[in-house]
Write a protein that binds this ligand. Structure first.
Ligand code: FMN
Length: 399
């Protein structure tokens, strides 16, 4: 996929101008955006979801309670680089201004930190109604970008203010929000590791950790959308990588070491987001240990430090990124790890904080780099964190 980081959620609400959103959708796709349409149920009275599905980068969605998707009300908002709603009805304006979330579109808006662009369209009387004006003022004061409607012919032959802005103006507003990262990693070879490795005690039991692999997968997807050639070496049990990502599934630290080294020699960047076991059972049993055998003593032995071995075999100009999940004095431990491992960037998170790290949809990290200011993401979706990290990797590659 070459849509890079131009992940656009295109909201369509139920006004007569909904048919114009079809053209906006097509133009955004032509501009290289990954377009995910969401239609309100009223919008589907004016134009069919199937039309958007045929033109967009993924099927149009209309339902909040969609059994196929585990968390549809947050996924699109978290992944979006920008949300644009065109047309925006007076009704949707009012709901967003008041934080109402009673359908997929308004939930997506509420569950997103992406820039929001609204292109209102309605009859002049509605557009000039004090309630609508107050909602517009509230939304502008919160940083929402309003693409003002124009004067012209309206539904039913009336003329006045309230006609949807031109497709050009709306597409331009979207592109100006997302163009910074467009294809900036094109042709770069990036290896990302993800997930917690599993180390066998016997054929049915293993030692592992709480890593879900979500952050690593988000990095792989974000890098692929920015044009990189991505190999994801993952120990995560569920893999939701984009089509363009080459996935290598592994289970143990030893398999991960082998999998990473097979591809790292060719890579411009290696991002070690996986939670690799530091220790493994020294004598895994070939048969299931029975309760009747008594409580086993499990001797542990160290695994190979993959990050250190990558640094040792680093090729010229290669950028190596390490991760440190900590529970106390995270920054202090992170700085020590950056210095001792010799990687270029170290991503630290304090997994004891709410919403941070293992299995959450969100993360909050500090990116450390020797001689540079720390970059702190604050609590954000793992996809946003991925893009902030990739911005930093990009800067490092350019040095
Ligand atoms: C033929 C027709 C055209 C409409 N056009 C508009 C419009 O341009 N703008 C608007 O705000 N509402 C318009 N409405 C009213 C909306 O459809 C109505 O407020 C609806 O509840 C909006 O639902 P939604 O905001 O969830 O999409 C129109 C209604 C009809 C029947």
């Amino acid at each position: 996929m070459n849509e890079s980081s131009r992940f656009v959620v295109l909201g369509v609400s139920g006004g007569i101008a909904a048919y114009k959103a079809v053209d906006i959708c097509r133009r955004l796709v032509d501009e290289g955006c990954h377009v995910a349409p969401i239609l309100t149920s009223e919008a589907t009275r004016f134009v069919g979801a199937i039309t958007f599905s045929a033109l967009a980068s993924e099927p149009a969605q209309t339902e909040l309670y969609d059994v196929k998707s585990r968390i549809p009300h947050t996924r699109l908002g978290q992944e979006a680089d920008v949300i644009v709603i065109a047309p925006t009805t007076a009704n949707v304006l009012a709901k967003i201004a008041n934080g109402i979330a009673d359908d997929l579109l308004t939930n997506t808006v509420l569950a997103s930190r992406a820039p929001l662009i609204l292109a209102p369209a309605m009859h002049t009387e509605m557009w000039e109604n004090p309630a609508v004006k107050a909602n517009i003022a509230t939304l502008r004061s919160r940083g929402v970008i309003i693409v003002d409607p124009e004067y012209g012919r309206l539904a039913g032959g009336d003329r006045g203010a309230g006609r949807l802005a031109t497709t050009e103006r709306i597409v331009e507003a979207v592109l100006s929000q997302v163009s910074g990262r467009a294809n900036d990693l094109e042709g770069r070879r990036i290896v990302v590791t993800a997930g917690g490795t599993k180390e066998a005690i016997d054929p049915v039991r293993f030692l592992s950790n709480r890593s879900s692999g979500k952050q690593g997968h988000a990095i792989a997807n974000a890098a692929a959308r920015r044009g990189a050639l991505v190999t994801l070496v993952t120990a995560a049990s569920s893999v939701d990588a984009d089509e363009g990502v080459t996935v290598v599934s592994v289970e143990t630290a030893a398999e991960m070491l082998d999998g990473v080294h097979r591809v790292a020699a060719e890579a411009d960047v290696v991002i070690m987001a996986a939670a690799v076991a530091d220790f493994r059972p020294a004598n895994p049993q070939g048969h299931k240990i029975k309760r009747s055998e008594g409580v086993p003593s499990i001797m542990l032995e160290p695994t190979v430090d993959i990050l250190a071995s990558l640094v040792e075999h680093r090729r010229d100009g290669q950028v190596i990124v390490g991760f440190a999940a900590e529970t106390d004095d995270a920054l202090e431990h992170g700085r020590a790890k950056l210095a001792s491992k010799g990687c270029d960037l170290l991503v630290v998170n304090d997994v004891s904080e709410p919403g941070v790290g293992f299995n959450h949809e969100t993360n909050s990290v500090v990116i450390l780099e020797a001689g540079q200011d720390d970059v702190s993401t604050g609590l954000a979706s793992k996809y946003s964190v991925a893009n902030v990290l990739l911005d930093r990797v990009m800067r490092r590659l350019a040095q």
